[in-house]
Design a protein around this ligand. Structure first.
Ligand SMILES: Nc1ncnc2c1ncn2[C@@H]1O[C@H](COP(=O)(O)OP(=O)(O)O)[C@@H](O)[C@H]1O
Ligand SMILES: [Mg+2]
Length: 451
């Protein structure tokens, strides 16, 4: 091969055009077709082959063939093998211009068999590695292909090689891409499944939590009902007892009125006096009952689910009335109420918090003790604190007391949820709850609510 090019300017332009065309083809099979057609057209050859190495170090295999029928193709490849093998072995182009009739050193069997006059074959090289070859031949005449054709075809082969490498890279990228997409899709599916499982688990957890909260509500309602029943029973009992005395007193009065016996009149007079007293006692009992009923209604606020302006002291008082049987004669309640404006909250919920904290305080005082209830405004916040002189909480347990189900009180319904619910209610009100405690001295729970 000469170092100075003998490619004519026209052929250079043609090459440029052809390279533009083949470079835009990224489909490898179509590209090889195009390379074949262009090579045949460029050299006006009769027949042709494009061969590629399948794998590194593998044999060259026919990828495209033109003007060779199936059997011919097999024979031709077999026959032209010597030329192709030479190219494959030496990595240099081969040009056979004159084919002798008898197969000899420079001739091949195929030349004889197919009456080939001229054969040209150039390697396809990428980074100095042979990746394939372009083979052309003709039966037209000897010396059909010239040295210049060889150089031209080599130049074309160089361009073709770049295009082949590009198409292969593109194919590889596409393959990787498809793989990647597949992997992403697979991961997405897995994640979606996980997500669904998590959502499911979350829902179950929420269901359980709701159940727990409901059972705590039931439990505190049970507590409440027991307390209230007890509270109402006392005045009711005294009313009942009074009724008997009423009956007897009226009897004595009637007898005294009907008789002239001074003794009987004296008894009647006494009975009348007694009645006056009894009426007062009965009135107190009735008042006590309606007081409790009012407190109950105020505490529960059954008709009000929404946020409203409420008087926290009213809520505290009602709660204390309902809990009275828990502390009466045992615990002194000391109220240190400050000036509080009405505050915007869900009264029934806040009362539930008061109830849970006061109940805990009562339960923490084993025999006798004191509960201080202090309310105060500081800045734009309101503080309500409950201090008891009970058993106290150890520092390592202080962090756990808000956990749902945490209790030190043995087995009963809705156990260990009181503070968890307080925490949640305070959170919903944009407020907070803080506990301080010393074992053996007592505990203070402080609620803070924004104004
Ligand atoms: N005022 C208090 N004094 C001492 N311990 C308390 C007090 N309040 C709460 N605790 C501790 O916190 C735990 C959790 O309280 P709570 O959530 O109301 O559940 P429960 O009262 O059903 O046990 C109690 O079992 C108790 O150990
Ligand atoms: Mg409790």
């Amino acid at each position: 091969m000469s170092t100075t090019t003998s490619i004519t300017p026209l052929r250079l332009i043609t090459l440029y055009e052809v390279s533009r065309q083949i470079n835009s083809q990224l489909n490898l099979d179509k590209l090889l077709d195009e390379i074949m057609d262009q090579a045949i057209a460029l050299l006006r050859a009769e027949k042709g082959l494009v061969l590629l190495r399948e794998a590194e170090g593998g044999e060259l295999g026919v990828k495209v063939a033109r003007q060779m029928d199936r059997q011919n193709l097999i024979d031709a490849v077999a026959m032209s093998r010597s030329v192709i093998e030479r190219v494959e072995k030496e990595g240099e182009p081969v040009l056979l211009q004159k084919v002798p009739d008898i197969p000899g050193e420079d001739a091949t069997k195929s030349m004889v068999m197919f009456k080939l006059k001229s054969i040209i074959c150039v390697p396809l090289k990428a980074k100095d590695q042979l990746i394939g070859a372009i083979y052309l031949d003709t039966t037209d005449k000897a010396c059909f292909f010239k040295d210049a054709d060889l150089e031209f075809l080599e130049a074309f082969a160089n361009l073709a090689c770049i295009a082949i490498e590009n198409a292969r890279s593109y194919q590889e990228i596409e393959h990787l891409n498809a793989n990647l997409e597949q992997k992403v899709a697979q991961r997405t599916r897995e994640l979606q499944e996980k997500n669904a499982q998590l959502t499911d688990a979350n829902q179950k957890l929420r269901d359980t939590q709701m159940q727990l909260i409901r059972s705590e509500k039931m439990a505190s309602l049970g507590n409440l009902a027991a307390g209230v029943a007890h509270e109402i029973n006392n005045p009711l009992g005294s009313l009942n007892g009074n009724m008997d005395v009423f009956v007897r007193s009226f009897d004595a009065i009637r007898k005294g009125l009907e008789s002239d016996d001074p003794e009987a009149r004296k008894k009647a007079y006494k009975a009348a006096l007694n009645l006056e007293n009894l009426s007062r006692v009965s009135k107190t009992a009735c008042e006590r009952i309606s007081h409790i009923v009012r407190a109950l209604r105020n505490f529960a606020r059954l008709d009000e689910e929404e946020f409203k302006q409420v008087d926290l002291h009213e809520g505290l008082e009602s709660t204390l009335v309902l809990l009275e049987n828990r502390y009466r004669d045992r615990i002194e309640i000391i109220k240190e109420y400050g000036e509080l404006p009405q505050i915007f909250c869900q009264a029934a919920q806040i009362n539930q918090v008061f109830m849970n904290l006061l109940l805990n305080a009562c339960e923490a005082i084993l025999e006798t003790g004191k509960i201080y209830i202090r309310t105060a405004m500081s800045g734009n916040e309101i503080n309500v604190s409950f201090r008891d002189t009970g058993v106290g909480i150890a520092p390592e347990q202080l962090a756990k007391i808000y956990d749902p189900g945490y209790t030190t009180k043995g087995v009963r319904v809705g156990v260990g949820l009181g503070l968890a619910i307080c925490y949640k209610i305070m959170e919903e009100h944009g407020g907070r709850i803080v506990a301080e405690s010393r074992v053996g001295e007592g505990s203070t729970f402080t609620l803070t609510l924004p104004l």
